[in-house]
Design a protein. Sequence first.
Lengths: 438, 578
Amino acid sequence: MDRSANTRTLVEVRHCRQAYPKEANNELIVLDDVNVRLSEGEVVGLLGRSGSGKSTLLRIIAGLLRPTNGEVTWQGELVRGPVRGVAMVFQSFALFPWLTVQENVELGLEAQGVARRERKSRAEAAIDLIGLGGYEGAYPKELSGGMRQRVGLARALVTHPDLLLMDEPFSALDVLTAETLRTDLIDLWSDGKLPVKSMLMVTHNIEEAVLMCDRILVFSSDPGRVAHEIAIHFAHPRNRLDPAFRQVVDDIYAVMTRRKSPADLRATAVPTTGFATPLHPIGTNLMSGLMETLAGPPYDGRADLPALAAVLQYEADELLPLGETLQLLRFAELEEGDIRLTEQGRSFVHAGIDRRKKTFAEAALAHVKLVAAIRQVLDERWNHRASAVRFRDELEDHMSPERAEETLRTAISWGRYAEIYSYDEETQQFSLNDVERT
Amino acid sequence: MTRIAIPPQAQGRRLPNAWDVAALAIVFGSLVGVASVVRGTLAPLTAAEVTAIHLDPAYLPGYALRTTLRMFAALLVSLVFTFTVAPLAAKSRRAAAIIIPLLDILQSVPILGFLSFTVLFFLNLFPGQEMGAELAVIFVIFTSQAWNMAFSFYQSLTTEPLDLDEACRIFGLSPWQRFWRLDVPFAVPGLVWNTMLSMSGGWFFVVASEAVTVGHTTFTLPGIGSYVAIALRRRDLLAISYAVLAMLVVILLYDQLLFRPLVAWSSKFRVETIQASVEVKPWVLKLFRQTFMLRKSVAWLGDRIALIGRLRLGRAERTFKSIARGGALSWVEDALFCVVVGAVAVYALDRIFVFCAAHLHWSDLLTCLVLAIFTLSRVIAALAISCAIWVPVGVWVGLRPQATNLVQPLAQFLAAFPANLLFPLVVAGIVAFNLAPNIWLTPLMVLGTQWYILFNVVAGTAALPGDLKEVAVNFGLGGVLWWRRLIIPGILPYFVTGALTATGAAWNASIVAEVASWGKTTLVAQGLGAYIANATSRGSASNIVLGVAVMSVFVLSFNRLVWRPLYAYASRRTNLGQ
């Protein structure tokens, strides 16, 4: 099966930039100068961390969002809104709870004004193709997650779209169900049974991308850019245990733990910690757990990230922020797809509860500017109180409100754990109550 | 178990702003406008509108039917209003800026206060015809129903799940298809619940507005309300009992045939990822599902109606969704819109000022404020007493599932029963025992509304997580501690919802509860309700406007200063798992 011979371009994204205006002349850049070309006959994956703008790009291609700059063309024509010939599968399934499976599947046909009889037969064909036969009259809430996503797939396929967009289609499913759906879908694709010409999927699961895609675009975050493009040449069905397969997965991990470009890897091995560095919402228990795991056998302070992720049943998307947080606190270092525990990390692991808190407090005050700033303001005030609002406002100058809230919540939680300051939810105030003053 | 919807009055933490002032000005400006129009026509319309009402109980079924038909006519108008105004507010940022404060204020205005204006207005439109009076009554019921329904629909429209919205757009549904496939179904649970609350409240107003005296004009429309009014004038206790009985039957039928099946049906439209626990199916629904012909024909009819929803009316929006921040043009339009609304508001304020200057004195305002404080204390006292009774009862019931299943429908049923039908019985008692009206008329205000407190408390207690109750038992939590640490925080949001509904209705009820007559004897309690009622019977438009305005301001402030912060606090503090 060689579809690459036919290389008619379906979608072309040129110099796309997506920015959200903030007050004054500040703006939040989600996507920056993204160029993507999609041809008939290929399965392309957009791989990246959450917040890297890959879902935004998918929505821009779908015509759901207008890019701030740049343009998207669909079969040579400028995209000005949702186009015919593009269908989408959603992470949350997006099924209408008040419609039966059959009615949900017929939705797109109804919108096209397809006659009742044809609608029915086409819907039944799609339902059978995707393995939903017998469930026509069921309501979505009666179905399991896997079955629901099959409805989502059938609903998209029934319109015979040229391009099928999938937004993290399997990430809401459990591991086994997700695997079944992936293989079913890719089998149908490689047998040429899918009534689509091309597929574009967003994912944060590296193995999923390598398993399904012919081409993977790896996104970097803040702002989102296409950092790497990796072609996968394995034939379907692919074997996860194949050493060549593992090597590709390893390579992608290495790419994703690298910052920006290999050139400045050494220079900024530890990210600069300005006041407004976004913090990942990582709890202290999770950090302790990972450090203890790393310190113990068989890792003895050093682990290969993909292997660690597999053992812990984590996805790259979950493990990487955790690793970066440890790196920020100087408890660990990330390099080329490996994570290595530092001296401070080791001493944290071997300490008791109180000593751990002290170690954590020292690390947080030294390396997390936001935590240090909050404590400094509290020390300077005569009543040792400060409103959270000012910190949130300052953060919002540099990041989206959601990110700012998340960052502040994390700083609150770390400060509470390390007994650097207390926080009262009701009055939204930091204080030094219940905290040993220096 | 009935879910408790967030009361519109407690939604959001909107602070009063310029739009509120504009909305307030527009509402009362229009009121003043109507008042000025009808003032001139008070005299010519003399007692020509009295329809003979027979106290023979044989007439009662007919009267009950007419009362019910008025209710449903009003409901239809309210639905049309909801389906037009709410989408307008949801689709247009500018329209929302003025519509939302308007709805907020309108639902706080005591509608019985401007009963007289609306009646006169419609009588003027259709002079000498029963039509005018009918429309007036329907309009009054509409004003008691429409606002919270529109609010509920607006709330649904603005909280539609983003993924469903995107699915509609990507599959190219036309606006009409989208309306019937997404907008309406998503709104159904909230809308049905609010419609039912509106209907429950509506019975009170239909009964109150069927027999109205404004100045020299008295008009009666055949119905249960006017039947009671006549019986009252003739001191006929037996006739009143017949009327109460007839109303009980009507409410029972409405409850069993409509309310319960509808609420059960609406659960189909809840967006939930898991299948809800099996709820008790109303017998009507069960019966219906067992019939063959009826079910088939209804399904056929449903299919035909669904076809209309599938029509591709309007073009699918193959464009980007408009982003909130627009270009220069939108800025100009914004400014223009603000100027227009501002101008209307200023004009309204000017009319209000002119009107007040011509007919009112500062002392009138002072009188009103003093009377409002009387009524306020009466509302608070009545509320406190009913809480003292119903909170413990509600908690007791809520802890026992069997009692809950028994009491909950009963409380909802009683909340729908128009309490003003029972007023004469109480008033007869007060007259007979020569009791002080200032005190004994007070309970009438919460006679119908106390049930909201009961069924909300029951629902709140029943919703307490079982593990928390077990923890309380495990640690031997008892007495005051059990109330303070478990029950009160647990039921607070529910309680606030109930108390909020009860207070709003109590203010409204004060207009008919502070003045009560029994034959030739008239009892008056000092208060703003009595002030408005007296102004109505004297036909003094300016005093009515003033009284209604002062009452609205009191109700609004009470909602904004007490209930809204309390509700926000309750839902923040006791939101489990947040």
